[in-house]
Ligand binder design. Structure first.
Ligand SMILES: Cc1nnc(-c2cnn(C)c2N)n1CCCn1ccnc1
Length: 114
């Protein structure tokens, strides 16, 4: 019984870290392109080019529905946001630069939390 309790406690503390990380990402000045899903009905080509869309509101919903089992699966979705941004936007563009800034910020957050 103790062993099972031990695993779930770790998961809970990992999930608590994910909540803090997501709140810090959402509060960043360059988070605006990533707060809601890209409207692929309006942004021509997005659905064809980006196979796995992801954004911070979707990550928030998955976190609230307990769909992340570890910090690693949470990190996978956060990095997917930035990978999609790099794929669809020029580095030298407002949204492209925001993506690079946010990825650097997230990497620095992870160093602090480890
Ligand atoms: C994220 C993300 N990646 N590409 C875009 C985008 C949206 N419009 N265009 C021409 C893009 N390249 N986005 C979403 C940016 C969301 N947004 C745009 C204006 N306010 C929020």
């Amino acid at each position: 019984c103790y062993k099972i309790a031990q695993i779930s406690k770790d998961d809970n503390s990992q999930l608590a870290v994910c909540r803090v990380l997501l709140a810090e990402l959402e509060a960043h000045k360059d988070a605006w392109p990533f707060l809601t899903p890209v409207n692929h009905k309006v942004i021509l080509g997005y659905r064809k080019v980006i196979k796995r869309p992801m954004d911070f509101s979707t990550i928030r919903r998955k976190l609230n529905n307990n769909l992340y089992f570890s910090l690693e699966t949470f990190m996978g979705d956060v990095n997917l946001v930035f990978d999609n941004c790099e794929k669809f936007n020029e580095d030298d563009s407002e949204i492209g630069r925001a993506g690079h800034n946010m990825r650097k910020f997230f990497d620095e957050l992870l160093q602090l939390k480890k």
